[in-house]
Design a protein around this ligand. Structure first.
Ligand SMILES: Nc1ncnc2c1ncn2[C@@H]1O[C@H](COP(=O)(O)OP(=O)(O)OP(=O)(O)O)[C@@H](O)[C@H]1O
Ligand SMILES: [Mg+2]
Length: 257
């Protein structure tokens, strides 16, 4: 199993931010991580990526405890795009994406034509062809986000963790990035706020108050009861006349609900 965690927890100043989180990823699936603000999605993703050391429990990457792996070994298998990803000011788009190849370079394995091709392919995949020589600090929020995704793609990981990858993107790029991620033949965990977009996932994991509340197929998980219980909103399911897929329309809950 490529990625799994057992009883993961993270505490800060005696406050439990994430508790008792256990997950086993299926090979090649896209798992959506949903939950209200502050429910622990980013914290869980950072622990799964080996960026945040858990207070309790373990993460296993390719069967090996993450704590026993070097950063370079982790980066050869797993890529994380953080929610507020930033990078140094004086860097071009191409240089930012080239960072994705760092875990594979060494004295014996210097930069090659293949690395070059992977970087250009990643830039094209996020529709940033022509931006290669632009400075990072001149990019818009959505363009920066797409560069970070390209950097992760250039890493050619077996596991891709994305924290709200569409939050700055225009609608065309939101749909394109989600489809691109969905079609990658690797294991993906994606934190999302748009529950209609989350329906594209193979499974959905719902977080609430630092705990995994439930996990399963989107149509089993996203019910009117769940929307009220976890998010405190009324949701009505409709059928998209275009393709027959379910669509949720949201309403604020009345006080007495
Ligand atoms: N270093 C920290 N010190 C104190 N509290 C923290 C720290 N990091 C996170 N928290 C708290 O932990 C909770 C979970 O944060 P996290 O960023 O994981 O939530 P999230 O589900 O990703 O939320 P969002 O949807 O807003 O991105 C929040 O209440 C946050 O304020
Ligand atoms: Mg978050």
């Amino acid at each position: 199993m490529i990625l799994r965690c057992e009883n993961l927890g993270w505490r800060v100043r005696r406050k439990e931010i994430v508790s008792n989180a256990s997950l086993s990823m299926n090979e090649g699936e896209m798992l959506g991580l949903i939950g209200p603000n502050g429910s622990g999605k980013s914290t869980l993703l950072r622990m799964l990526a080996g960026v945040r050391y858990p207070s309790t429990g373990r993460v296993y990457l390719g069967g090996t405890p993450m704590a026993e792996l070097r950063q370079r070994d982790i980066a050869q298998k797993l890529a994380l795009v953080e929610q507020h990803a930033d990078t140094e000011e004086r860097i071009t788009v191409r240089e930012a994406v080239e960072l994705g190849r760092t875990p594979f370079l060494s004295v014996l394995q210097p930069w090659s034509h293949e690395d070059e091709a992977i970087v250009l392919h990643a830039i094209a995949a996020v529709d940033l062809h022509g931006f290669e020589n632009r400075n990072w600090h001149t990019l818009s929020g959505g363009e920066r986000q797409r560069v970070q995704i390209a950097r992760a793609l250039a890493q050619q990981p077996q596991v891709l963790l994305l924290d709200e990858p569409t939050n700055h993107l225009d609608i065309k790029h939101q749909l394109a990035i989600l489809q691109l991620v969905k079609e990658l033949p690797i294991t993906k965990v994606v934190a999302l706020h748009d529950l209609n977009q989350a329906m594209i996932c193979d499974r959905i994991c719902v977080m609430h108050s630092g705990r995994i509340e439930t996990l399963g197929a989107p149509c089993e998980i996203l019910t009117e009861e769940r929307l009220m219980k976890t998010f405190g909103v009324c949701g009505h399911f409709m059928t998209d006349p275009f393709d027959g897929s379910p669509v949720i329309r949201f309403h604020r809950a009345h006080k007495e609900d």
